[in-house]
Design a protein around this ligand. Structure first.
Ligand code: PMP
Length: 305
């Protein structure tokens, strides 16, 4: 169960958690018409900070734009709203879930006559990808969203029906997560994570054209790797490269930086977290935990006393 907090932000106001309810005939319930974000706030020795708040809220605005969903709030207002609810609830570290959807109005497929509702909730949340010694994952028999079906650059609720199929199949077969191929059979991403691999000292990740979400953690890892002088290649990758790579890891707001031990029961190298993953993992956590300077201004300070 979700650990609740006192307040949820709804269309400009804080309301009690239990009052954040919608009607069963709301458009979103029937047709999946929502766009959302997942953001983490971390604590540092000097306070608390929300990780890459602006980039997340910008992506929400873009997700809404793709779906012709008008959002009545500016980027600044949405960022302020997130700060407002996090500070009101006084909980950090936490996970923040902004969501915009088509509410109660019409019941036809067209969403245009159903009002757009915006909510922002936050709550405590721990580690997401199981396995302290690395995750045992599989290649899914489900493909990721094909281009020109569901846009993968929109973080839309409906995309997660595909994610659920990937994740449930992985669970059923005893894996902690599944990696989907794209519709051409190339590596895409996990049900809720971007995918990286390392081979001969080069860091590879799948490009946006392979049906992946433009992950903000993915971007952060690319920034950190370039700054550390690690060669970075965004390129279409064949499935079997995962079996013969030196290191592999997932990135995501929930997953953070999670090292993969095996894929389809084939061990990745010796299964241990390799040197490049270790270095990037450390660089990432040093910044979010406040043990290194926040040189890219990734943290928005919040007062949660
Ligand atoms: N891909 C998918 C399908 C996701 O759901 C997520 C989580 N938002 C990611 C990648 C990682 O994105 P981010 O780093 O922005 O959380």
């Amino acid at each position: 169960p979700i650990e609740t907090t006192p307040n949820i932000w709804h269309n400009g106001q804080l309301i009690p958690w239990e009052k954040a309810q919608i009607h069963v005939m709301s458009h979103v319930i029937h047709y999946g018409s929502s766009v959302f974000e997942g953001i983490r706030a971390y604590t540092q020795p000097t306070g608390a900070g929300i990780f890459r708040l602006r980039e997340h809220m910008q992506r929400l605005i873009y997700s809404a734009k793709i779906y012709r969903m008008p959002i009545d709030y500016t980027l600044d207002q949405l960022c302020d709203a997130v700060i407002n609810v996090v500070e009101a609830n006084g909980v950090a570290p936490c996970y923040i879930r902004p969501i915009a959807f088509r509410g109660y109005g019409e019941i036809g497929v067209s969403p245009l006559k159903s009002p757009v509702e915006v909510y922002i909730a936050n709550f405590p949340w721990g580690k997401y990808v199981a396995g302290n010694d690395g995750a045992d994952v599989c290649i899914s028999s489900w493909n990721r969203l094909a281009p020109n079906t569901m846009p993968s650059l929109a973080k839309a609720g409906a995309n997660y029906m595909n994610s659920q199929l990937i994740r449930m199949e992985a669970d059923a077969n005893g894996y902690v997560e599944g990696i989907a191929l794209d519709r051409n059979g190339y590596l895409s991403e996990g049900s809720g994570e971007n995918l990286f691999l390392v081979r001969d000292g080069v860091l590879y990740t799948t490009p946006l054209a392979n049906s992946v979400l433009n992950g903000i953690t993915r971007d952060s890892i690319l920034v950190l790797a370039r700054q550390m002088g690690i060669p970075v290649v965004e390129q279409t990758l064949p499935r079997e490269l995962l079996y013969i790579c030196d290191e592999a890891f997932f990135t995501g707001t929930a997953a953070e930086v999670s090292h993969l031990r095996s894929v389809d029961r084939i061990m990745i190298a010796d299964g241990k977290m390799g040197p490049i993953t270790t270095a990037l993992h450390k660089a990432f956590f040093d910044i979010v935990n406040g043990n290194a300077p926040d040189r890219y201004n990734w943290l928005t300070p919040v007062t949660v006393a």
